[in-house]
Design a protein around this ligand. Sequence first.
Ligand SMILES: Nc1ncnc2c1ncn2[C@@H]1O[C@H](COP(=O)(O)OP(=O)(O)OP(=O)(O)O)[C@@H](O)[C@H]1O
Length: 306
Amino acid sequence: MSILTDTAQPSTNLSGTKQPLLQLQHVSISPKAAPSRLLVNDVSFTIEAGKTTCVVGESGSGKSLTALSVMGLLSQQLQLNNGKVLFNDNETGLQDISLLSEKALQKIRGAKIAMIFQEPMTSLNPVLTIGYQIGESLTTHLGLKNQALKDKVAGLLEMVGIPPSRAGSYPDELSGGQRQRVMIAMSIACEPRLLIADEPTTALDVTVQAQILKLLDDLKTRMNMGMLFITHDFGVVADIADNVVVMFRGEIVESGTKQQVLDNPQHPYTKALLACVPDAEGKKDLKPIDYAWLPNNNNQSTGAAL
Ligand SMILES: Nc1ncnc2c1ncn2[C@@H]1O[C@H](COP(=O)(O)OP(=O)(O)OP(=O)(O)O)[C@@H](O)[C@H]1O
């Protein structure tokens, strides 16, 4: 049973040209207390419907802040001090959602742009059943109730590979992989146009990680969703990316298609990151990242974890 409509189509503007789903233009983020300290500096990239853009970089490179800025969820201490977050919500065409009121953003969040995080336990409420939690946004955004709500929740559970009979289970009765599947069911419930996934498989073992990546990739294709996928893992990039953005210390150092970036990396940092990736058997010698390309005396390893 498909519970998804097949209506998601790439948008075209009046002149018939395909419009991007999301376009970040020169986004910079800094602490309000120190506006000149740029944590994210002049970041621009585009995501199309039905395509996955992986943002990759070591810890602290600004990946999560970039994603949070799209959702309008930067912490109170931070500000978007430059740039545009253009989102195509199909009704209004491309609009700068960073200018919207919190109330207007709440209508977009969950319904048109959804996000899943690394650790599902921190996002799931331990005292509510998973069925209830999956149903919440369906009631809020789509007004579903009673049997229609139950049917839709059952369909979503089925779609993410959890027997619908588990709808009455509590989060701590599920495995880590199942909890992440519940989070995915919650995030796709309203058929968002854009899914932001921030390291959603990092806490999972390798086999479950592969299953979740495949599930997300299948859903993306089936729903023609755009996906912004944050990772520090080039293995994940190789599996699911269409396009890749490489970030270092708040800036994009390289971007392109997966083939361009993985097969023919241009920037020394991308080359250094790729040199750290173990091969399929985990045999390659793991080297620390080489920062020799950094100018001046700024070439010390940050000790950053990959
Ligand atoms: N509220 C905040 N106030 C000040 N600095 C912050 C705040 N939140 C994040 N930062 C800093 O901004 C930089 C980018 O953080 P961000 O979380 O985007 O990195 P990341 O690439 O997602 O790292 P990770 O992979 O570890 O999640 C880091 O140096 C971080 O310490």
